[in-house]
Ligand binder design. Structure first.
Ligand code: NDP
Length: 485
């Protein structure tokens, strides 16, 4: 391995790397080769305690700084991330297997956007003045305290930044637990934040699997939990947080619909479906994995899709020409292969791909099923891999009803050149993050999040501030108090 992927230590606590070999060791596997590239230890209860203790102590001084001071540190961290984009992108590729062609433009850069955006916003977080005759009320926008961030494995740098940036801008401290599958990148985020001047203890990283996450969520010192993960984990974490009335943000899974009408620009629609199913080898929560194509263009859509998929460059993710890499792990490979087998067994027509590649690493072909019906497993469950289900429809009303017939509600897209139809349809779709003639754009300026089982709360945009702060209202009486006795 030419690149040094072994972190200096497993955890980052109270402003410094921290090793604790009493915690169980687990391997970090490079998805493109299946080789171990690092070893990390799970946090013991003592490490978890140290991190929460450091965060509790540091939070008060951090919140006492002005917003401009906090924001300056976050913006400095954004600049450092951009300067080191290549190095961070290479590490992201080792951690996740995603092609460097993607990580160079979608991970540290997106993390830097969040740090810059919320850094800029920090100085403008204010309460309001409410005049009531002579008396008045003022509100203070206050931090929540110690926040816990728990991440999925598909975007380890981005998820750490999307949670840390608004939390820290609002004056909170954070303890972040990355996915056990991708533990490397969040440590770099911590390192950079501290290099930019973040006081020790304000952002901490502890490693480990679900039980470390659960220990963080249930700790009395924690005021808020922000999870990016699956719906089953979300239900557990939400319930544990509710027991102590903690705030939550839940960014969970989806089975999002992408509606392609007869009048759509065919190449744009195919491009949207490719972005919404095969970017990051399909391991994206907001993917439009149920592609509803109106019957008039079904044949042309499938033909054009196959032609363009044949142009995918599958290979070494560190080669910048590669645009389709491996899945994150052997476990994920088995889950996705199982779904492909179910698709075939339940009568869907395999229109493209479907096979594991005969090479080291966890490579699976981009896969398309046609003639999919709503009741099939591959049309109902989140696969989280490069498997597109193409369904056909006749009318707008039918497409809307079928698109909404799911318990998920993360994203939805529509391709049509009819402007009134585009807005009419989007208004009817039950999803938090929608696209018209596009798919999967996630600028920091726009709110991101789901409805129904896909989540609670919003990340990014000014909206995120509401999920990392609370209002105190203060009544001020100018005259005498009139008590009845
Ligand atoms: P998981 O739900 O398996 O895990 C998410 C995180 O939660 C991991 O860090 C995991 O630890 C941790 N965890 C597991 N159990 C508990 C528990 N009881 N208490 C606290 N923490 C726990 O998701 P994956 O990592 O497999 O990621 C894929 C899922 O994430 C998909 O469903 C996808 O849709 C969703 N996702 C949602 C996004 C969104 O923004 N809406 C974005 C990206 C992904 P560990 O894994 O180390 O055991």
């Amino acid at each position: 391995m030419t690149h040094d992927t072994q972190p200096k230590a497993s955890h980052f606590v109270d402003g410094a790397y921290l090793e604790d070999k009493d915690g169980a060791a687990f391997p970090v596997i490079y998805p493109a080769s299946g080789e171990r590239i690092a070893t990390v230890h799970s946090a013991t209860p003592a490490t978890i305690d140290r991190a929460l203790d450091a965060a509790s102590r540091a939070q008060k001084d951090w919140a006492a700084m002005t917003g401009a001071q906090r924001g300056r540190i976050l913006r400095r961290a954004a600049d450092l991330m951009r300067e080191r984009n290549r190095e961070l992108s290479v590490l992201e590729t080792y951690d996740t297997g995603k092609p460097l062609q993607e990580t160079l433009v979608a991970d540290a850069t997106s993390g830097a956007d969040a740090l810059e955006y919320f850094g800029g916003l920090a100085a403008s977080l204010t309460g309001e003045h409410i005049q009531l005759g002579q008396d008045w009320v003022y509100t203070r926008r206050e931090p929540l305290g110690v926040c816990v961030g728990i991440g999925a494995w598909n975007y380890p740098t981005q998820i750490a930044c999307w949670k840390a940036a608004p939390a820290l801008a609002c004056g909170n401290a954070m303890v972040f637990k990355p996915s056990e599958t991708t533990p490397l990148c969040a440590l770099k985020v911590a390192e950079i934040l501290h290099e930019a001047g973040l006081p020790a203890g304000v952002f901490n990283v502890v490693q480990g699997a679900g039980e470390v996450g659960a220990a963080l969520v249930t700790d009395r010192r924690v005021a808020k939990v922000s999870l990016t993960g699956s719906v089953p984990t979300g239900k557990k974490v939400y319930a544990a947080a509710a027991a102590e009335m903690k705030h939550v943000t839940m960014e969970l899974g989806g089975k999002s619909p992408l509606l392609v009408f007869d009048d759509a620009d065919l190449d744009n629609a195919v491009g949207g479906a490719i972005l919404g199913n095969f970017y990051s080898s399909g391991q994206v929560c907001s993917n439009g994995t149920r592609v509803f194509v109106q019957k008039g263009i079904r044949g042309a859509f499938l033909d054009r899709l196959s032609e363009r998929l044949a142009g995918a460059v599958i290979g070494d993710p560190l080669d910048e020409a590669t645009n389709f890499g491996p899945l994150v792990s052997d476990a994920q490979m088995k889950i996705v292969q199982d779904y492909i087998a179910k698709g075939e067994a339940e009568g869907a027509r395999l229109a493209y791909g479907g096979k594991r590649l005969d090479r080291a690493g966890f490579y699976l072909e981009p896969t398309v099923f046609a003639d999919v019906t709503d009741d099939m497993t591959i049309a109902r469950e989140e696969i989280f891999g490069p498997v597109m289900a193409v369904l056909d429809f006749d009318t707008e009303e039918e497409a809307i009803a079928r698109a909404n017939a799911t318990r998920y509600g993360l994203s939805a897209g529509v391709f049509t050149q009819n402007i009134t139809r585009a807005h009419r349809v989007i208004a009817e779709l039950q999803a938090g993050t929608c696209f018209i003639n596009s798919y999967n754009d996630a600028p920091v300026e726009a709110p991101f999040g789901g409805v129904k089982l896909s989540g609670v709360g919003r990340e990014n945009s000014k909206e995120a501030v509401h999920h990392y702060s609370q209002l105190k209202s203060v009544y001020v009486r100018m005259g005498d108090v009139e008590a009845p006795f």
